[in-house]
Design a protein around this ligand. Sequence first.
Ligand code: SF4
Ligand code: SF4
Length: 376
Amino acid sequence: MQYRTFKKINEKTSLLGMGCMRLPVDSNDTVKEEETIRIIRDAIDGGVNYVDTAFMYHNGQSEKILGKALKDGYREKILLADKMPIWFAKDEDGMRTIFEKQMTRLDTDCIDMYLIHNVDRGVWKRVQKLNLIPYLEELKAAGRIRHIGFSFHDSYDFFLEVLDAYDWDFCQIQLNFMDKNHQAGVKGLKAAAERGLGVVIMEPLKGGRITDAVPPTVQKIWDEAPTRRTPAEWAFKWLANMPEVTVMLSGMNAEAQLQENMKTLSDEHVADLTQEEKDIIDRVSDEYNRLIKYSCTGCNYCMPCPQKLDIPRILRYFNDWNVYEQNPSTKLEYETWIPAGRHASDCIGCKACEEKCPQHLPISQAMKEAAEAMGV
Ligand code: SF4
Ligand code: SF4
């Protein structure tokens, strides 16, 4: 396994991190406990020492089963990461209840890497309202968490605002070769590193979309590469090639996947992409972009929508749905991250957004199609 260091806090981490958001489940969406514990322990035995979960992953089953997996001496071998979903807390007491619940589920007395989950403009307002940061400092002083960070899903400009709003220990952003200019993007990665922060990467495989059901025109480009690699290998190598990347989380739900990823990220040449290889990845990225039906730039000019729809976000999920061949991860994320009453099906077709869209996108039509495709 290759290792890197969170410079500011001097913590050594494996380049591959175990994400516990997409664990193996049965047909009732119950996490398969035995299999999960085996995968997590195999990862740790194989050198993975960063393990990440969150309050709502698998409705709390993720934290609970991770707690069990970390018995028998495994807890001491890792950096344990968990997150505060502040939008679930009605008030400050609610926030404290969530944290205590996490500690009980994980059955630990300290979380090493504690993040404010899913920071965007709305969440950030709530962080201030409920005085979350002073509370995190209180937890840190009490030794119940060790490092304070945030995970982020909003624009690059807002990322800079959040980065400079507090003396963070680390941060977490979404990044893969398809999202290099999306949200914080590569520019955000570099900005965080310039401030001395280690950066945790989430969605290195875009929730599996880069690896599952590769469109034929994309596969054709991969096949032209001088070295044959799986899309997952290409995606990991693209990230490893940037020294600012500290650890990349992969939600591994099968032993074979874990073994493949560990092999890729144990290779001492993992960060040695040639210019020719980088060009291949750029061509793949361009081809995926060509397949996108509604070319929304995420500029937000169409907002606010009277129905409170997050139009660019819905368009992004719908584009993903089409480009990545109806990958179930897209639907899962759409259902998880878009609040009830704000789905595409809640569009009333007023077209107020369309007048403001510089790309002249037929947004109301796209909402209709998205509602049909995603079922809500
Ligand atoms: S057409 Fe739909 S998405 Fe656009 S502003 Fe009206 S309700 Fe919102
Ligand atoms: S205005 Fe158009 S391009 Fe900009 S975010 Fe809205 S839909 Fe996308």
